[in-house]
Design a protein. Structure first.
Length: 491
C-alpha cells in the first residue's frame, strides 16, 4: 500500500488525449496535485489509414518527454504508463511504444477487457457498494462492465468510440443502435436490462453532463455523481442542436476538439441508456486511472469509505490542533441516534470537518465552510449529500439556523433541518471544549425525559467553570431550533 507521503502518477495514452495525473496523500483516496492533458488525437486516422498520424505521433511523444521531466521534478516514486485503443490497434503502435522506450518510459498496452476492468474498479472506488453497469466512452472504443456485490461480473470492449462511429452515425440512430446491439451479442455480453445504475465514464460524456447541468440550472459545479434524468439522456442530440458550439467553449470550458464529437457522444449515450434501461444514470469522474491505483490496494484498504477517509485527511491538514482530535461525532450521536445509515455517514464526514474553518476570516467562515462541503474534492457523495454537508458546515461556522443562500434544492427539507441541527450541536461542542478532546470528554449532551423531552448538557462538577455565557447561549439556540427545553446539570 502506498504510504501517505509518497507520490504516484498515471500517464494515460488514449485515442483522444495523453494525460498525466500525479497523486499524493492517503492511498485509498489520493489527492490530485498535478493534472495535464494534451489532445493528441492518436486515434483520429485509425478508421481511414489504420495508423497513428505522423503529426499526432510526434505531438504525443513530445508530451511524454515533458511528462517525464515533470514526474522527476515532482519526485514521483511510481509511474504507471498505460495505452489503450489507439496504440493497441494502430499498425504503427509498436513503433510508438519503442519511441517512448527510447526516452525512458515503458508503456503497458492494455487490451479492451483490461481497460473495462480498470475503469470498473475506478467506479467501484467512488461508488462503494453500488451495483450496475459501467460504460467508459473513449475515442476508439466503448468499454462495458457489470458490477454486482463488489465484483466485476462481465466485461467487454466495443469498437465504437467517438472517433470510430462516424460511418454508422451518418446512417442514422437506428443503424448506430443496431450496430451496438450486434457488437454486444458477438462479443458475448450477457443481456443486462433494467439495471440498477448506469455509470458513465469518459470526457465526452462528462462534457455532455456539463451541458445538461447548465441547461437544468443544477446548483452545483461538481460533475462527479451528477445524476442525469433518464429521458434527458435519450434526447441529448436535440439539446445540442439548440445551442451554438462556441457557447460550450466559452461558458463551459469544453475544448473545440471535444465539441466536434459531442453529437456522436450524445447518440452513444442514448444507445446505452435505451439498451440497459437503468433505474438511475450517473456520471463518474473516476475511471481508468483511479482504477489502476485502486487495483494496487489490499482488500482492507479498498473497503475504507472514500468520503470518510477524504474528509479525515483534509481535517488532518486544516484543523487547529494536531495529535488526537476531539471525537465530536461520538459526543453528538446520542441525540441523533435515529439517523439512517447514509445520514449517519454524512454526519461523520461533517464531524471530520467540524474544525477546519478557523483559518478563514471570521466574517466569512460560514461561507468558507459551505464551499468546502459543496465543492470539496470528495468521493462517494451525491449532490443531495453535498447539499446536506454544506448546510451542516454553514450552520456550524456561523450561519445559524438559516438555510444557506439558494440551498436545500437537492436534499429534502427534513434532511436540511437535520443538517442545521448537526451544525448547531457541533458549534456548541467547539465553544464548550475549544476543540480539545480532553475537555469535551468531561461533558455529554443528551435528550432526557419521556414525552416532554429536554436537551440536557451534562458537565462533570470539577469542570463546571467551563460553562460560560456563550455556552449557555449556544445550547439555547440549539434547543430552540429542535423544539426542546434545555438545562445544564453538573454531575
Amino acid at each position: 500500500m502506498q504510504s501517505r507521503g509518497s507520490r504516484s502518477a498515471v500517464i494515460d495514452i488514449g485515442s483522444n488525449s495523453v494525460r498525466l495525473v500525479v497523486y499524493a496523500g492517503h492511498s485509498r483516496i489520493p489527492s490530485t496535485i498535478f493534472n495535464e492533458k494534451i489532445l493528441a488525437g492518436l486515434g483520429s486516422e485509425l478508421a481511414t489509414t489504420g495508423n497513428i498520424g505522423a503529426g499526432n505521433f510526434d505531438q504525443a511523444i513530445g508530451a511524454l518527454k515533458r511528462f517525464k521531466i515533470l514526474c522527476e521534478e515532482l519526485q514521483v516514486s511510481n509511474i504507471n504508463i498505460i495505452a489503450t485503443a489507439a496504440v493497441r490497434d494502430a499498425h504503427n503502435g509498436p513503433q510508438f511504444v519503442e519511441a517512448a522506450r527510447e526516452i525512458g518510459l515503458e508503456i503497458k498496452i492494455i487490451n479492451g477487457e483490461q481497460e473495462a476492468h480498470y475503469s470498473a474498479l475506478g467506479v467501484m472506488s467512488a461508488f462503494p457498494g453500488q451495483n450496475g453497469v459501467m460504460a467508459d466512452l473513449g475515442g476508439g472504443s466503448l468499454e462495458l462492465a457489470q458490477i454486482m456485490d463488489g465484483e466485476i461480473i462481465q466485461k467487454i470492449s466495443v469498437p465504437m468510440g467517438v472517433l470510430r462511429v462516424q460511418k454508422w452515425f451518418e446512417q442514422g440512430y437506428d443503424k448506430l443502435f443496431s450496430t451496438f446491439q450486434n457488437f454486444t451479442q458477438t462479443l458475448g455480453w450477457n443481456a443486462v436490462h433494467n439495471c440498477e445504475n448506469l455509470f458513465l465514464v469518459g470526457g465526452s460524456w462528462r462534457a455532455l453532463a456539463h451541458i445538461d447541468r447548465d441547461e437544468t440550472d443544477y446548483p452545483l459545479r461538481v460533475i462527479d455523481h451528477y445524476k442525469i434524468d433518464i429521458e434527458r439522456s435519450r434526447t441529448m442530440d436535440s439539446m445540442l442542436a439548440k445551442r451554438e458550439d462556441e457557447n460550450f467553449s466559452k461558458s463551459l470550458g469544453i475544448s473545440s476538439s471535444r465539441i466536434k464529437t459531442l453529437p456522436q457522444a450524445a447518440a452513444l449515450m442514448r444507445c446505452v441508456s435505451e439498451f440497459f434501461q437503468p433505474q438511475s444514470l450517473y456520471t463518474s469522474a473516476f475511471g481508468l486511472r483511479e482504477g489502476i491505483l485502486f487495483s494496487k490496494l489490499d482488500k482492507e484498504t479498498q473497503s475504507l469509505d472514500p468520503l470518510l477517509i477524504g474528509t479525515r485527511e483534509f481535517s488532518r491538514i486544516q484543523r487547529r490542533f494536531h495529535g488526537k482530535k476531539s471525537d465530536v461525532n461520538l459526543w453528538i450521536s446520542d441525540i441523533f441516534h435515529d439517523d439512517d445509515a447514509e445520514m449517519e455517514r454524512i454526519r461523520k464526514a461533517f464531524c471530520n470537518l467540524g474544525d477546519v474553518a478557523w483559518r478563514a476570516n471570521p466574517d466569512f467562515r460560514a461561507e468558507w465552510g459551505l464551499d468546502i462541503g459543496l465543492h470539496g474534492n470528495w468521493a462517494g457523495i451525491s449532490g443531495s449529500g453535498r447539499d446536506i454537508l454544506g448546510q451542516a458546515l454553514f450552520s456550524c461556522f456561523g450561519g445559524g439556523s438559516n438555510i444557506y443562500p439558494n440551498g436545500g434544492i437537492l436534499a429534502s427539507a427534513q434532511a436540511i433541518d437535520r443538517a442545521i441541527a448537526w451544525g448547531l450541536t457541533v458549534r456548541l461542542a467547539q465553544r464548550l471544549s475549544g476543540g480539545r478532546r480532553g475537555l469535551l470528554s468531561r461533558s455529554k449532551i443528551a435528550l432526557v425525559g419521556n414525552e416532554d423531552k429536554v436537551l440536557q448538557l451534562q458537565i462533570e462538577r470539577d469542570y463546571q467553570d467551563i460553562c460560560g455565557e456563550s455556552v449557555i447561549k449556544r445550547l439555547k439556540q440549539l434547543a430552540d431550533f429542535m423544539g426542546y427545553d434545555n438545562e445544564i446539570i453538573f454531575i
